[in-house]
Design a protein around this ligand. Structure first.
Ligand code: ATP
Ligand code: MG
Length: 566
C-alpha cells in the first residue's frame, strides 16, 4: 500500500520511542504486549486502535502480542462475544499464534496470591456492603473512613476468605480488600476490592468458582504471569497504575510489566463504548451488533470496509497522550482511498427511470467494453449489454433545468458511459402526471462515447440495460447520531439520527454483479462504494453503501476530492 507521504510522522509515537529506549538500555530483552478485551460485547473502532498498537509494536520489535480475554465477570460475558472478538482481530489482520489466553486460566494462581496478601497482613475480609464501602471511600478532597473490619486478624480473614470460596455466603455478603491507605490521595489506593462473591457460572470455569477477582486484581497479575513487558492501556487506567504497581510489589510475581497509557480513539457522530452499543442492540435501535451503521468491527466489515483501510486510518490518527475527537470524515476518507484503489467499477442505478431509444432497433443487444478499473489496466474489461430500453438515474433528468445542470432534459445530448451519445426528445407522463419514461434518440456513429465530429457533451451518465439488469435492494447509510457529539445535550438516545438508513427496494444493477460476493466492495460509478450484504439471496442481491464518493475531508484539506460528474 503506498504510504501517504504527507503523514509519515504518524508512525513515530511516544510508545515506540519508549520501547526502543527500554531495549537500548537493556531494561527488557524482548517485547511482549497483549490485547485484553473483556468479552462483554463486540469490538469497535476504538479497539482497532488498541489492537493495531499492541500487535503493531510487537511485530516491529520482533516480539509477540497475546490475545487475552479478560473474563473475570461471568454475569456479563458470553461465548458469542469471545467468538466474535477472535474473528474480528483475525479479520483486522493480526495473529496471536499460540498465545491465546484467558484471565480465567489464572484463577487458581490469583486465588493463592490473594491468600498470600492476607497472610502478609495486606488484605482483609470486609463484611460491609458494596454501598457502605463506596460511601466510606471519601472524595478527592476528603479522606476515606476505615471499615470497622479493617483491623480484622489475618487468621480470621483467611478463614472467612476460604469460606467465601467454599460458597458459604450469598452474593454481596463480604469482599476481600487490599489494606493500603484509606487516606491516600489516589482513591484507587483506599483499600480497593480484590475479590467479590458471585454465585454465577462462568463460560470457561463453569461452577468451579463463586468468588471472582476484580479487574484491578486480575489484570496486572495476568500481565506478569504472561511475561508482558509493556502493558498498554487507555488513559482512564492512569489512576489505577499505582495500584497495579502496588500489587506487583507485594506479590511473588514472575515478571515486572510496566503499564503505559495512551488516549482513546473518539469519533464524531458515533459512540465507542460497549455499554451504549449494547443498549442500541438491546433496544432494537439497530438490527444487531453487525448492523452496518454500528461502529463495531463486525458492522464496518458487513458494510464493506476493508481491514487495510482501518489499519491505515489508525496509523494516521497516531498515538498520543492527549484525548481528542477524530472527525468521522477522516475515517471515511481512509476507507474511500483504499476502496478507490481496490474496488472494481460497475454500474448500478439506485432510483431507476426508464429511457427508450426510439431509433435503436427493437430486440437488438450489443455488448460494450467497460473498464474495470481506470488506474489498473491489469483489472481488464468486462462486457455490458446495451439495448433499446435502459434505466438511468431519476435525478439525472429535469424538465426545466437550472444553469449548470448538464444532464438530461428535453433537447439535451449526453454521453452514456461506454455507450453512445443520446439526445433527450421528450418525457412521457402517466395519467397522474408522474414521470413515466424518457424518449431519446441515439447517434449510431458515437459507439464508445465519442462523436466523429468532435462535438462536446458535458455529462456522462451511468445506466443499465432494462432487459438484462438485476433488480437489487440498496441500503444507504448516514451517521448513526445526528449531532457530532452524541449525548452532549444530556440524552444520547435523543440524538439518534432517524434517517440513518434509507432502503431502495427497486435499484437495478448490471448483470456482472450477480457474481459479487459478500465482503467484496465494488464502486457503482458516480454513486459510491457498495458491498453485497449477507441478506442477499440468489437473484435478489442486497447492497450496502460503504461510503459515497464525495469527500468532505479531502476537500477540507485541499486535496481535491473526487466529485461526481456534473
Ligand atoms: P468500552 O469502554 O467500549 O466498554 P473497554 O475499555 O471496557 O471498552 P475492553 O474490552 O476492556 O473494553 O477493552 C480492551 C482494550 O481496548 C483495553 O486495553 C482498552 O483500553 C482498549 N480500548 C477500549 N476502547 C478504546 C478506544 N476507544 N480507543 C482505544 N483503545 C480502546
Ligand atoms: Mg474495560
Amino acid at each position: 500500500m503506498p504510504n501517504d507521504a504527507a503523514e509519515p510522522a504518524a508512525g513515530r509515537h511516544f510508545i515506540r520511542t519508549m520501547i526502543q529506549a527500554d531495549l537500548d538500555a537493556g531494561r527488557v530483552r524482548g517485547v511482549v504486549t497483549r490485547f485484553p478485551p473483556e468479552p462483554n460485547g463486540y469490538l469497535h473502532l476504538g479497539h482497532a486502535k488498541s489492537i493495531c498498537l499492541n500487535f503493531g509494536v510487537a511485530g516491529e520489535f520482533n516480539g509477540r502480542c497475546h490475545l487475552r480475554f479478560d473474563d473475570t465477570n461471568p454475569t456479563k460475558e458470553e461465548q458469542e462475544f469471545i467468538d466474535a472478538i477472535t474473528r474480528d482481530v483475525r479479520w483486522l489482520g493480526f495473529d496471536w499464534g499460540q498465545h491465546l489466553y484467558h484471565a480465567s486460566d489464572y484463577f487458581d494462581r490469583l486465588y493463592d496470591w490473594a491468600e498470600h496478601l492476607i497472610s502478609a497482613g495486606k488484605a482483609y475480609v470486609d463484611d460491609q456492603t458494596i454501598e457502605q464501602i463506596r460511601e466510606s471511600r471519601g472524595t478527592l478532597t476528603e479522606p476515606g473512613r476505615d471499615s470497622p473490619f479493617r483491623g480484622r486478624a489475618n487468621a480470621e480473614s483467611l478463614d472467612l476468605f476460604r469460606r467465601m470460596r467454599a460458597g458459604e455466603f450469598p452474593n454481596g455478603a463480604r469482599v476481600l480488600r487490599a489494606r493500603i491507605d484509606m487516606a491516600a490521595g489516589n482513591i484507587n489506593l483506599r483499600d480497593p476490592v480484590l475479590y467479590r462473591i458471585l454465585h454465577a457460572d462462568h463460560p470457561r470455569t463453569g461452577s468451579t468458582w463463586c468468588v471472582y477477582p476484580t479487574y484491578d486484581f486480575a489484570h496486572g497479575q495476568s500481565d506478569a504471569i504472561e511475561g508482558i513487558t509493556h502493558s498498554l492501556c487507555t488513559l482512564e487506567f492512569e489512576d489505577h497504575r499505582p495500584l497495579y504497581d502496588w500489587l506487583l510489589d507485594n506479590l511473588p510475581v514472575p515478571a515486572r510489566p510496566r503499564q503505559t497509557e495512551f488516549a482513546r480513539l473518539n469519533l464524531t457522530h458515533t459512540v465507542l463504548s460497549k455499554r451504549f452499543l449494547t443498549e442500541l442492540v438491546k433496544r432494537g435501535t439497530v438490527s444487531g451488533w453487525d448492523d452496518p451503521r454500528m461502529p463495531t468491527l463486525a458492522g464496518v466489515r458487513r458494510r464493506g470496509v476493508p481491514p487495510a483501510a482501518l489499519r491505515e486510518f489508525v496509523r494516521r490518527v497516531g498515538v498520543a497522550r492527549a484525548n481528542s475527537v477524530v472527525d468521522f470524515a477522516q475515517y471515511e476518507h481512509a476507507v474511500r482511498e483504499q476502496l478507490n484503489r481496490s474496488a472494481p467499477r460497475r454500474m448500478g442505478v439506485l432510483r431507476p427511470l426508464k429511457l427508450v431509444i426510439e431509433n435503436y432497433p427493437e430486440g437488438k443487444t450489443e455488448l460494450l467494453d467497460a473498464v474495470n478499473h481506470p488506474d489498473d489496466p491489469v483489472a481488464g474489461t468486462r462486457q455490458v449489454p446495451f439495448g433499446r430500453e435502459l434505466y438511468v438515474e431519476r435525478d439525472d433528468y429535469m424538465d426545466d433545468p437550472p444553469k449548470k445542470f448538464y444532464r438530461l432534459s428535453p433537447g439535451r445530448e449526453v454521453r452514456l458511459r461506454y455507450g453512445y451519445l443520446v439526445t433527450c426528445q421528450r418525457a412521457v407522463r402517466d395519467a397522474t402526471g408522474a414521470l413515466d419514461h424518457l424518449v431519446c434518440t441515439y447517434d449510431p456513429a458515437t459507439r464508445g462515447g465519442n462523436a466523429p465530429d468532435g462535438r462536446k457533451v458535458q455529462a456522462t451518465l451511468h445506466w443499465v440495460a432494462a432487459a438484462t439488469a438485476l433488480r437489487a435492494e440498496v441500503r444507504l447509510y448516514d451517521h448513526l447520531f445526528a449531532r457530532p457529539d452524541p449525548g452532549a445535550g444530556g440524552d444520547l438516545f435523543a440524538d439518534l439520527n432517524p434517517n440513518s438508513l434509507e432502503t431502495l427496494a427497486d435499484a437495478r444493477v448490471e448483470p456482472a454483479l450477480a457474481e459479487a460476493h459478500v465482503g467484496e466492495a465494488v464502486q457503482f460509478e458516480r454513486q459510491g462504494y457498495f458491498c453485497p450484504d449477507p441478506d442477499s439471496r440468489p437473484g435478489k442481491p442486497v447492497f450496502n453503501r460503504t461510503v459515497g464518493l464525495r469527500d468532505s475531508f479531502a476537500k477540507a484539506k485541499g486535496r481535491g476530492g473526487q466529485a461526481p460528474v456534473a
